[in-house]
Design a protein around this ligand. Sequence first.
Ligand code: ATP
Ligand code: MG
Length: 249
Amino acid sequence: MTAPLISVRGLTVELGGQLILRDLHATIARGKITALIGKNGSGKTTFLRAVLGEVPYRGEIKFHCGHDHSQPQPRHIGYVPQKLNIDAKLPITVRDLLALAVQRRPIFLGISRSTQATLVAILESVNAPTSLLDRPIEKISGGELQRVLLGLAIQPCPELLLLDEPAASIDFQSSEAFNQTIVRLNREHGVTVLLVSHDLSVVSRHADEVLCLEGGVIKCHGSPREILTHETLSQTFGTDMSVFVHQHS
Ligand SMILES: Nc1ncnc2c1ncn2[C@@H]1O[C@H](COP(=O)(O)OP(=O)(O)OP(=O)(O)O)[C@@H](O)[C@H]1O
Ligand SMILES: [Mg+2]
């Protein structure tokens, strides 16, 4: 069994007086792509936010990072949220948004030539046109924004990448390139990926492990071959999934 990058024991999250995650136990394998699947409202986003330390929780979320697995925190966590938690009307261009993350000196002193080159490289790495740089973030499309956010999340290269339905607005043609970017980060740079997705064909093709969340607890954990079966999917989603299983078996 692969060593875990994250081990979670007894994770309980209560929001607005409601139990969202209930005594949840899970491990996220180091250097693998783990897909988190489950119905709307099952707690997937809340789980990622707990891993990020963004919601109060009881229980234990333990990291085993660094070469010798002894570091209690990842060097850097990349995160592409399901919803952007900033004012979408913020009058900021893609260039400034990226430069704020990349450049060490304040961007009101100007964006250096080396930062400019890095910004171009970031957009190219996520197959986004560099013409986006001058566009205000409120004027770019949902799919373009998701690519920019992925570019932001992988700069610098993270040890852990949390992706909450990152390709939800990406068109069919571009989504494969988007997924390949994630796979490349994992395979070539050893980035541990935790990916929330409703796209079971993406999960079946790219995930090494699958976690099913149901009502705030992990109902099953295994390889896509073990989990993406008629029986397990029907139990998780409460509907007949035989068409999907048939197409992908
Ligand atoms: N801040 C909050 N206060 C109260 N309830 C919340 C809060 N955030 C989330 N919830 C509730 O917690 C449950 C789980 O939400 P969460 O966003 O984690 O689900 P999800 O699995 O990501 O769903 P989806 O597939 O729709 O994105 C939902 O019922 C949601 O309404
Ligand atoms: Mg969600």
